[in-house]
Design a binder for this molecule. Structure first.
Ligand SMILES: [Zn+2]
Length: 302
């Protein structure tokens, strides 16, 4: 896997320089996990070049290098468990399968609770010489200061706006245009292009939102169109539509204000969903849908 082209300069600098044992890859745009994976492939390759040919590269391609540990948040709390840190601590001092490096990837590092952070700090007190820790986070400010102070940080820039990069990853097509209406975040965009069913569901949801706003649909239609989607996807597509619609009504201050208020409401509703609080999705869509119908500018309501 390659990192995104606009992250390549950071990758080159990192590979040329003296790589420290603890690295934190963060960035407002997406691509941090992709960057961590590409870096791991380089570090583990026997020629340090992600050659795709050596035993290490083959293992990685098959999804299971015995000296690469990928730790992701788990459970209902979506947190890094202390057990995972213990496993890292134990494994970090054993011999590697190839007598070389070991990489511990810790994805979404901001989901580390205090106990998890303490566990990791314990490992770092006596860092095993051959082990590299690669942490990723889109919210590095939420990490414990004790961890942050020990990391070398690589901050990745957001995707360029000109979208030229997209031509290399996904050639122009009607599907690509549809996906771009849903998101401009590269990871999500590529995911949608690889999953046409999911893209189709989002397109239906988007259409239902626009129709309802224009007086061509009702609450039941909205709830039905939202059903096949995860709540977070519903809210994210909705947010995009609000932003677009607000632009087209920029001249009408009263209508624009209603869009802005709705946008703020969506942001508030998103937070508990992000925190994995159990919610009644259809009830939330119904309540928001009622408001959405009232946001409609007078000229388009019946
Ligand atoms: Zn290789």
């Amino acid at each position: 896997m390659n990192c995104y082209p606009w992250h390549q300069p950071q990758m080159d600098r990192l590979l040329k320089g003296n790589f420290q044992s603890l690295l934190l890859v963060s960035g407002p745009g997406q691509g941090v996990d992709r960057f961590a994976q590409a870096l791991t492939e380089h570090l583990m390759c026997q020629t340090q070049n992600a050659c795709g040919q050596c035993q290490s590269c083959q293992w990685i391609e098959q999804g299971g290098h015995p000296d690469v540990f990928a730790v992701r948040p788990e459970g209902a709390a979506h947190a890094h468990k202390i057990d995972a840190m213990r496993e890292i601590a134990e494994s970090a001092h054993t011999t590697t399968h190839q007598g070389g490096r070991r990489v511990v990837q810790l994805f979404e590092a901001e989901r580390m609770n205090r106990a998890g952070a303490n566990g990791l700090l314990k490992v770092l007190e006596e860092p095993p010489a051959s082990t590299r820790f690669v942490l990723t986070s889109t919210l590095p400010g939420s990490l414990p200061a004790t961890i942050l102070s020990r990391c070398r940080q690589v901050r990745l820039p957001s995707a360029p706006e000109d979208l030229q990069w997209l031509d290399d990853l996904a050639p122009a097509s009607p599907q690509r245009d549809q996906a771009l209406l849903m998101t401009q975040a590269p990871d999500t965009l590529l995911h949608l292009l690889q999953n046409p069913d999911e893209l189709a569901k989002q397109v239906r949801w988007r259409t239902a939102l626009i129709d309802a706003l224009a007086g061509r649909g009702d609450l039941t239609g909205l709830v039905n169109a939202a059903k096949p989607l995860a709540l977070l996807q519903c809210l994210d597509v909705w947010y995009q539509v609000v932003v677009e619609q607000a632009k087209t009504h920029a001249q009408d201050a009263a209508v624009l204000k209603r869009f802005v208020l709705f946008q703020q409401r969506l942001q508030r509703e998103r937070q508990p969903v992000l925190e994995q609080v159990a919610l009644n999705g259809p009830a939330m869509v119904r309540a928001l849908g009622g408001l959405w119908l009232r946001v409609a500018p007078p000229a388009t309501t019946h």
